[in-house]
Design a protein around this ligand. Structure first.
Ligand code: HMG
Ligand code: MG
Length: 298
């Protein structure tokens, strides 16, 4: 059985833009968030309060967040540590996300920490955020494969996911950072997480489309009962600290499939596609999304 409704967690302004080589003006980012909200996306991940030298493209978080904060949508932001949480709280953020890794190589590359040191860094962040009444998401990267370590054993991903769940994260987003997962692996991980006491209702999936598997993997997750799916408008994105990571599952490709299945999302596909076409013009290259290309070549 498939769910009647799916919540799309739009990551375009954050995951989509964090890897852009040339600086995107803050006003363009704000317009991007506004247009995504207007297209019916109820959750738009706005930016990251990370070290500006690590992710220069999002160094304008302080300028951007106030420009979008009044919008009637959920606006989660990434915070790696207490310094990031302080910055987000100072601007009135209501929702934050920490981001762990299932593998040591990526924890080192992305956070300059071991897996356990990173978890220790997140603990006070999650505790303080929950105390402040914020919603807290925990991302897990490299849940299926890692560019340095190869295939990632399910037990390894389960251990780190469980640690974030026990810490108090409301939602756990399972990241296939480099897009190597296939549906059987997705099914196996979800089943193992349930077996470890993490219910499907707390899980979201976050697929990158490197090998063209993102939609198949999403369908496997929906069949398992997952109802929160991360996607990036126009298929923008990639992680600067993961070799071979390409764009996320394109939100348009996801909405095309969900519309076809009769699954409600609240998203207006025409308005969303127009937004991605506009954003592609700003970035000076066409969107990689098949659905954006099909719908805009008429
Ligand atoms: P570090 O160099 O170990 O930092 O970086 P530190 O804790 O040693 O601090 C060094 C200096 O940085 C200090 O300043 C801190 O105040 C400052 P100093 O005292 O020397 O003057 N600092 C900060 N400044 C501003 N904001 C902050 C902050 N924190 C420290 N938040 C750190 C550690 C975690 C900060 C760094 O590694 C970092 O910022 N990493 C972020 C990497 C990132 O954003 N990656 C992309 C997001 S993850 C992703 O894309 C995957 C995902 O999409 C899911 C998937 O696909 O798998 C979510
Ligand atoms: Mg990602």
């Amino acid at each position: 059985a498939l769910p009647a409704r799916v919540r799309i967690h739009e990551v375009g302004p954050r995951d989509g833009l964090q890897n852009e080589k040339t600086a995107v003006p803050t006003g363009v980012k704000a317009e991007f968030v506004r247009r995504l909200a207007a297209a019916g996306l109820s959750t738009v991940e706005a930016t990251s309060f990370v070290h500006p030298k690590w992710v220069p493209q999002l160094a304008d978080a302080e300028e951007l967040f106030p420009l979008v904060n009044g919008l009637p949508v959920r606006l989660p932001v990434l915070v790696p540590n207490e310094r990031g949480l302080d910055r987000a709280l100072a601007l009135g953020a209501r929702e934050v996300a920490v981001f762990a890794s299932a593998t040591e190589s990526f924890a080192r590359a992305n956070l300059n920490r071991t897996v356990d040191e990173a978890l220790a860094m997140f603990e006070p962040v999650v505790i303080r955020a929950v105390e402040a009444g914020l919603k807290v998401r925990g991302y897990l990267s490299m849940c299926f494969g890692d560019p340095w370590e190869g295939a990632v054993p399910v037990e390894r991903t389960v251990r780190v996911t469980k640690a974030l769940a026990d810490m108090g994260c409301d939602e756990l987003s399972l990241g296939d950072t480099i897009g190597v997962a296939t549906p059987g692996h997705v099914q196996a991980l979800l089943t193992a997480l349930n077996g470890a006491g993490v219910p499907t209702s707390r899980l979201a999936v976050h697929f990158h489309d490197t090998y063209g598997q993102a939609l198949s993997n999403t369908l496997a997750a929906l069949r398992h009962g997952v109802t929160t799916v991360d996607a990036s408008a126009g298929g923008l994105g990639g992680c600067p600290y993961a070799k071979s990571a390409t764009g996320n599952l394109a939100t348009e490709d996801l909405v095309w499939m969900l519309d076809g299945l009769g699954i409600e999302t609240g998203v207006d596909l025409a308005a969303l596609t127009a937004t991605s076409v506009w954003m592609a013009e700003q970035l000076g290259r066409p969107s990689p999304s098949r659905t954006v290309r099909a719908l805009s070549h008429k």
